[in-house]
Design a protein around this ligand. Sequence first.
Ligand code: GUN
Length: 293
Amino acid sequence: MTQLLNGKVLSQQIKDEIKETVAQTTFPNGRPPHLAAILVGDDGASRTYVNHKIKACEYVGMNSTVLRFEQDITEDGLLDEVQKLNEDHSIDGFIVQLPLPNHINSDRVLQAIDPAKDVDGFHPINIGRMTLNLPSYLPATPMGIITLLERNNVETSGKHCVVIGRSNIVGRPMSILMSRSAKVGNCTVTLCHSRTKDLEQHTKAADILIVALGKAEFIDKHHVKEGAVIIDVGITRIEDDNMKRGFRLVGDVHFDNVQELCSWITPVPGGVGPMTVVSLLQNTLLAAQKAVY
Ligand code: GUN
């Protein structure tokens, strides 16, 4: 029987746990945790994501600040803002919402963040520490997937995990986490990407298939082995006049087509997405507790 990896329900449960911890903890700085977000330009999706993060902070009793900048801010201007946040003792952690405009070198900006405040876990120091299994902030989406597997007691040890997509923020860190010697991990990992030949041959061998491809409903039953665990990171808006808001959200996996074949599957929406937000809260809590650095 197929079971749902329900991120909506689990994320609510974890938010309630964080809320209780925040209420009961005396933090080293003598105030609740404080997350800041830098938002550049007016990309609709980025605005929505940042709003979700801020609302989640409010729910758990954390402070939050959004710093909005025009699309034409210079790279040096943005680097100055990052430096100000690095030095601001009233902020425990902050994120720079991606993507940034093309004229800004995102790597330079992310590398300017103090690793101790890098609650997105994107700084090379945090990626390096993650790779070496040292204390670090884990990137939010892969961390959310690990939590979803852990809290649902999905066995990973000794399994063959296939990850599709090698982005710095999802696919690559995901592949590293699944291979680590850790409670969730110990997999044999295959990382597939745009140059992979015969993708289906790889996906059909997967006990755990993690799809972060960005192509709506690309994975169907021909790609999936019976009994596999399917994690769908994709989220694409499809125009749909039958919906009040004019679109529906679909993942990279054709849910209806694949559902009956697998043992566990994440829905879209309500799977990985809400877990990403919760991971950011968990990292912000660690930052305020000075638990990593
Ligand atoms: N853009 C898409 N996902 C993310 C994320 O997890 N963090 C940030 N900062 N930007 C994103």
